[in-house]
Write a protein that binds this ligand. Structure first.
Ligand code: PXP
Length: 241
């Protein structure tokens, strides 16, 4: 089986920095350590309110990082312009709500249909790989294909909650498995992420249709105790077990 890839989301290094209005810890430093520790890509989410990663972080990281950068952005004209200007290797389009603590679910593909199609087209024309963050459902895969995306990233939040609460785990996992299988049979690249931990990665990493996991909050949290390098190495081992 092909090796599964790990994308490391470093947003919360910026969250810690911004909590004190300091210049440290520097997300660029985290990106470079992630790269040296075996991450296959680095993810940053440039939110409209710039609550963690800011425009300077994007500029600095894109200049120095030698592995692919995955930029998460909301489907807006401002973000499209920024992505086209900086040309990250990958863009993952995610929904955004001002008052949410984190990205609570996948995109509403029907509601955003016209702009998403336009945005995907513009990004692909610049040779940027585009992924859509979706809730696990066959219908969402069908819509994603119509929009012309290269990949889908399945939101794993409900599955992770199920693992944490020890309730409906198999139900949530089977939704992800069915969606991943269907998407991969239709030649979309399939990624997964949100809320994943050492515990929740165990079952989901057995789904052979998923080629990449994007993990952030737990890795940065673990890094406090064991260092970024060790947390990344452990996940790399677990996803390829
Ligand atoms: N994938 C996507 C598209 C995300 O927006 C996020 C962050 O919300 C993640 C993965 C990583 O989630 P977490 O930080 O919970 O690991």
């Amino acid at each position: 089986m092909k090796k599964r890839l790990l994308g490391v989301n470093i947003d919360h290094v910026a969250t810690i920095r911004n909590a004190r209005g300091e210049t440290y810890p520097d997300p660029l430093k985290a990106a470079l350590i992630a790269s040296r520790s075996g991450a296959d890509s680095v993810t940053i989410h440039l939110r409209e309110d710039r609550r963690h990663i800011n425009d300077d972080d994007l500029k600095n990281i894109i200049k120095k990082l030698k592995i692919p950068l995955n930029l998460e952005i909301a489907p807006t004209s401002e973000m499209l312009k920024i992505a086209i200007k900086h040309k990250p290797n990958y863009v993952c389009i995610v929904p955004e709500k001002r008052n949410e603590v984190t990205t609570e679910g996948g995109l509403n593909l029907k509601k955003n249909n016209k702009f998403l199609k336009y945005m995907i087209n513009k990004l692909k024309n610049k040779n940027i790989r585009v992924s859509l963050f979706i809730n696990p459902s066959i219908l969402n895969v069908d819509e994603s294909m119509k929009l012309g995306t290269n990949c889908v990233e399945i939101h794993t939040g409900k599955y992770c909650n199920a693992v944490n609460n020890k309730k409906n785990i198999n139900f949530e996992l089977s939704k992800i498995k069915k969606t991943a299988k269907y998407a991969s049979e239709h030649l979309l690249e399939v990624h997964a992420g949100h809320g994943l931990t050492y515990k929740s990665i165990k079952r989901i990493s057995k789904i052979k249709y998923i080629s990449e996991y994007n993990i952030g909050h737990f890795i940065i949290s673990e890094a406090i105790f064991v260092g970024l390098n060790n947390a990344i190495k452990k996940f790399k081992m677990m996803i390829n077990n």
